[in-house]
Design a protein around this ligand. Structure first.
Ligand code: FQP
Ligand code: MG
Length: 219
């Protein structure tokens, strides 16, 4: 996909699964999109997450909501689910499979890869990643098995290494620190609990978008 289009879509990248929500996941997503979330990833993971059948049903329901709002629908990890739903893309981490093989099996889909340093970033781009998920930027309580918290440094290092590809920061990002994440070099912010745990997901999404756009203007 064309870099600039994807950079715009990465502005407020909402990620969620059934375990992350205070309310019905469908309602949370509707509100997040109403508030201006620009991209969505369905990530059904963790102790007590949905069974495969329930996961497929929720994925279909969330995909319909994204379609209605003209926001791309990305699946985390599960390439079979992505293919069966003809979702818009897949996000994988360093341990989620062979990137070259995955890239060749879904050549026309958005493919995002988690990276933690310049070497992983260059490898991912060489293999055909469309965007990079960089983090955890700050401490996060959502994902238990993260790499060490990295702060802004890796974002700055990636850009200093001449990487111009779409980058989204992830990990503990909120309205309070989103501006700095963009200033450090990200094209957007990816959040789970900042929206999914907010009493008003619409307000949370619009507040994040406002900070991200201010950061983009300042660059
Ligand atoms: N799911 C993610 N989405 C992003 C995105 F770029 F989309 F913001 N970045 C990073 C991750 C983390 O991906 P991974 O390292 O495989 O862990 P998990 O599968 O538990 O999420
Ligand atoms: Mg993964």
């Amino acid at each position: 996909m064309e870099y600039n289009t994807l950079k715009l879509q990465l502005k407020v990248y909402f990620i969620m699964g059934s375990l992350n929500c205070r309310a019905e996941p469908e309602l949370v997503l509707e509100q997040a999109l109403k508030g201006g979330a620009t991209l969505f990833q369905y990530r059904e993971k963790g102790e007590g997450c949905l069974s495969p059948d329930q996961k497929n049903a929720l994925a279909l329901s969330l995909q319909k909501i994204c379609g209605k709002n003209h926001v791309p629908f990305i699946i985390n990890d599960d390439i079979d689910l992505m293919i069966s739903l003809n979702a818009d893309g897949l996000h994988i981490g360093q341990e989620d499979g062979d990137l070259n093989q995955i890239r060749s099996s879904i050549p026309d889909k958005i493919l995002g890869v988690s990276v933690h340093n310049v070497e992983e970033a260059e490898d991912a781009l060489r293999a055909g990643a469309d965007y990079l998920g960089v983090g955890p930027i700050f401490d996060t309580s959502t994902k238990m098995d993260t790499r060490d918290v990295m702060g802004f440094s890796v974002l700055k290092e990636l850009r200093a290494a001449g990487i111009t590809a779409p980058i989204v920061g992830i990990g503990g990002i909120s309205e309070e620190n989103a501006f700095e994440v963009i200033e450090a070099g990200a094209d957007g912010v990816s959040v789970i609990s900042a929206i999914s745990q907010h009493v008003n997901p619409e307000k949370a999404a619009s507040g994040l978008l406002e900070r991200v756009e201010k950061g983009l203007e300042s660059k």
